[in-house]
Design a protein around this ligand. Structure first.
Ligand code: EPZ
Length: 422
């Protein structure tokens, strides 16, 4: 298994290009199933997860072509040859579950494995299934599989979600665009990835209004056409490198990052004493020497502070001059990085959904183990700031969501390398 070795203490200076958002790309990939014409996705992140999704689509009959040098993925679902997503594929990557809605909308039926829980929490899909039922689908769970059918087509419905879910909002949109009649989705997620998906679907001929607000209205259409779409910049990747620049003391331009997608993070960084400036082609993050101030924050759906940046921010605050409080309100088990950060000398007390981080003057490198995608990159950030060598094991988690991480950081002066394992 590959590991990443970091010798901390080098300041970061330079430019880091921000690629397309993984969490948008995966849903855009699923959207190809809605049309018999090609979908071309530009600014595609080349990641274990997006490759995996492409393989799943290929197993359903989609033609897949990566044009690597152009960072483009061309997908074409002329015919759908299978409507089954097996356990092994959905278990390895939860976003695979997102093929259910488009298959149901286009083919009238689908059999997709239930994703099950994962390291950060139970993560049920009840809201997704209730939305499809409201649209007239018959849903049965048999031997761990969701068997869904709407043989005479899905019907528009009014659906009010009991709480905000990114996945359920996107999945309901993916199904409703081809339903008969109007769908109103209330209490929906407002993440930039939702807007990106709506923009792509609308370019394909869908009629979606309100994406980015709490209510989305969709007028069903009978077919969608092929388009070329540019995946929105990854705000989580941008926020992660912002945190790395702050932790390692540096001056980094995050090329392509959009301030309007990172408001809550920028506020936390500024409160900690980090300079963040919008420039024409991205965001500049600058931190001088000297201790950071502690900050209290809690994770919330957009526009609140993203749970996907909580671990990275905790790594930074380990070095603040005082006590920070972090509340995780989205997932029930998303502090697994805390004991690993403690191996570097961090002082973190976790109680329930709150972590109290008492800043220390310095961290000292140590071997650590990645437990999930965002946790693993928080260990890289801590390693960049720590004295001596940090070895991050199990970096396959990292490869799911950060393309070219070592090269991007090394390009700014970090001493970081991948050590290839078996
Ligand atoms: C998406 O997950 C992202 N994944 C996550 O990123 C991200 O952390 C999360 O949104 C929140 O922003 C992808 O886009 C592939 P939710 P999702 O539905 O859609 C509960 C990463 O590191 N819930 O908004 O699964 C759920 O358990 C990943 O890139 C139900 O109870 O998140 C959670 O507590 C990790 N029933 C809360 O809602 C449901 O039917 C919010 O989850 C659906 C969700």
């Amino acid at each position: 298994m590959d590991r990443i070795a970091i010798t901390g203490g080098a300041p970061l200076k330079g430019t880091i290009p921000i690629y397309g958002a993984k969490n948008s790309a995966l849903k855009l990939q699923a959207a190809v199933l809605l049309s018999s014409e090609p979908l071309v996705l530009e600014n595609m992140p080349d990641l274990a997860d997006t490759r995996f999704m492409a393989q799943l689509l290929a197993s359903l009959g989609v033609e897949v072509a990566w044009i690597k040098e152009a960072r483009t993925l061309r997908l074409h679902a002329g015919d759908i040859s299978s409507t089954i997503a097996p356990y092994d594929q959905v278990r390895k990557m939860r976003a695979s579950f997102n093929v259910l809605g488009p298959l149901l909308a286009r083919a009238g039926h689908a059999t997709v494995s239930l994703p099950g829980g994962c390291a950060i929490g139970a993560r049920p899909v009840d809201l997704h299934l209730k939305a499809f039922e409201a649209m007239g689908a018959d849903i049965h769970i048999e031997q761990g599989y969701v068997k869904a059918a709407a043989l005479r087509g899905l019907k528009g419905a009014e659906i009010e979600f009991p709480f905000v879910s990114v996945g359920a909002t996107e999945h309901a949109m993916l199904a409703a665009v081809l339903a008969q009649g109007d769908t109103v989705l209330k209490n929906v997620a407002r993440e930039p990835e939702i807007i990106d998906l709506a923009e792509c679907l609308n370019a394909m001929g869908a009629r979606i209004e309100g994406a980015g607000t709490g209510e989305i209205r969709i007028r069903g259409v009978t077919s969608l056409k092929g388009v070329k779409h540019r995946v929105v910049a990854d705000r989580i990747e941008a926020g992660t490198y912002a945190m790395a620049a702050a932790a390692a003391t540096g001056d980094v331009l995050l090329e392509g990052a959009r301030a309007e997608h990172l408001g809550a993070l920028i506020e936390v960084l500024r409160n900690a004493g980090v300079e963040v400036m919008s420039e024409a082609n991205g965001l500049r993050v600058k931190r001088a020497n000297g201790r950071l101030a502690p900050v209290d924050f809690g994770t919330e759906p957009f526009p609140g502070f993203p749970t996907d940046l909580q671990a990275q921010t905790m790594a930074l605050l380990c070095l603040a001059d005082g006590q920070s409080r972090i509340r995780e309100t989205i997932f029930e088990n998303r502090f697994m990085h805390a004991p690993e950060l403690a191996r570097l000398g961090a002082q973190i007390a976790v109680q329930g959904n709150e972590a109290v981080v008492t800043g220390v003057e310095r961290l000292i490198g140590a071997p650590v183990m990645a437990t999930d995608l965002r946790a693993s990159v928080s260990l890289v950030i801590a390693g960049l700031a720590a004295e001596g060598e940090t070895i991050v094991n199990r970096v396959y988690h990292l490869d799911r969501g950060f393309e070219g991480l070592e090269a991007k950081l090394a390009g700014c002066g970090a001493r970081i390398e991948r050590q290839r394992g078996d």
